[in-house]
Design a binder for this molecule. Structure first.
Ligand code: FAD
Length: 380
């Protein structure tokens, strides 16, 4: 890659920038390399995290590999003799995933730059300028022909608004802030949300917190047959895909997938721990109140209410449709041919992220160059 002289210091130029080194970003980087693009020269991966593991490095300690849904192997991971299927299921998921991703990045020489926090992307009329802040705190930039956004959702937890929320004297936190049950020892905790994170917190808080109350927006749909889970999973992916293609805000994943009725979950239901109440209607300084007037005192409210795609850094590109989403099909923006979204909508699972890598890498290779006289594609 050549570097064009600029009025001040010359900008570094590349063919593809991938933002994010979680399952989606690594999968894209792996396939791009296999198709002949050179990591660090043709492809630059930028990641905000201090370490390897994508969002997994930040997940709470009690989330074990065996209690996560299922973490699928990255493409090519078997070349290293590694598989999550044979890893220690009792180990914290964050430790195993961070370790395996670290070995994966090094084995394939993916040259991820971190910490590199992307703050904005500017449209230069052909290429895109990606601005990021590195370890020194100084802003740097890169010019790229194509951009793959693989930033996940962890940095954008969703917390619904309820009247009185700002009057609450206790602590309010989201899934992304939760670290360990011990932080709530002896406290009265309200857990909001109908997914596996909320359920995991309730199980962990049992016998540690003074009391727990579980509230959900709609009744939890438990399923106890594997086939039903697969079917619900497929329907949820189709729903996500439709929303992405139409540029709608993405629906909640858990409302589409239901929750598996594992032995652990069944035990929680039988002992009266996993019995949900409907949503409260307001928050007061010392607790939460329902529309029927009933009140529950609380020291903490844990909002396990999901996440939204993290896209703030792309705001200046004006991609949001009037329906609140970005228009994406098969990982490609339908409004800007320079942009791809890996791990977005139907790809938001470890298996979906793997597929994203394959389909996006192929499209990247075929994308025309946005630079005058540019190569137009990789050399594979
Ligand atoms: P991430 O892993 O979030 O990676 C995105 C990366 O982008 C991060 O490293 C982040 O630091 C970086 N980034 C973000 N913004 C910027 C920026 N502006 N500049 C630079 N870097 C940036 N899926 C499963 O398949 N199985 C499971 O068991 C499972 N369990 C889950 C449990 C929880 C609690 C949650 C919330 C999700 C779970 N998922 C699970 C979904 C899971 O998040 C995805 O499957 C997958 O790991 C996401 O990969 P990703 O690469 O899209 O995102």
């Amino acid at each position: 890659m050549t570097t064009a002289p600029g009025p001040q210091s010359p900008a570094e130029q590349t063919r593809v920038v991938v933002i994010g080194a979680g399952q989606a970003g690594l999968s894209v980087a792996y396939y791009l390399q296999r198709l002949g693009l050179v990591p660090g020269a043709d492809v630059v991966v930028l990641d905000r995290g201090p370490s390897t593991g994508g969002a997994w490095q930040f997940r709470w300690r009690a989330l074990r590999l065996g209690t996560a849904h299922q973490v699928n192997d990255l493409p090519g991971m078997s070349d290293l003799g590694l598989s999550f299927a044979t890893a220690d299921k009792t180990a914290p998921a964050r430790d195993v995933v961070s370790d395996y991703y670290d070995r994966y990045e090094r084995y394939f020489g993916l040259k991820v730059r971190r910490p590199a926090d992307v703050r904005g992307v500017d449209d230069l009329g052909g290429p895109l300028r990606v601005r990021y802040v590195g370890a020194s705190g100084e802003e740097r930039s890169l010019e790229t022909e194509l951009l793959v956004n693989a930033t996940g959702t962890w940095g954008s937890p969703f917390r619904p608004w309820y009247a009185g929320s700002d009057t609450f004297r206790g602590r309010q936190l989201t899934t992304a802030d939760y670290t360990a049950a011990e932080d709530f020892a002896g406290q009265r905790v309200v857990v909001v949300g109908g997914g596996t994170s909320a359920i995991g917190f309730l199980l962990e808080l049992d016998h540690v917190a003074a009391s727990t109350v579980w509230v959900t927006r709609r009744p939890v749909e438990w399923f106890d047959q594997k086939e039903l889970g697969v079917e619900m999973g497929r329907a949820a992916v189709a729903e996500q895909d439709e929303a992405a293609r139409l540029g709608r805000a993405l629906p909640s994943i858990v409302s589409g997938t239901g929750v598996p009725l594992t032995r652990r979950h069944r035990g929680g239901i039988e002992r009266g721990l996993l019995v949900e109440r409907p949503m409260f209607s307001s928050i007061e300084p010392d607790g939460v109140r329902w529309a029927d007037g009933s009140f529950e005192p609380a020291d903490a409210i844990v909002w396990a209410t999901g996440f939204r795609p993290e896209l703030r850094h792309l705001a200046s590109l004006g991609l949001r449709s009037k329906d609140g989403g970005v228009v994406v099909a098969r990982g490609a923006s339908q409004t800007d041919p320079r942009l791809f979204f890996a791990g977005y909508g139907p790809q938001a699972s470890t298996i979906g992220a793997n597929r994203a890598g394959r389909v996006i890498a192929r499209q990247v290779l075929l994308a025309p160059s946005t630079r005058p006289g540019g190569a137009g594609s990789g050399s594979a």
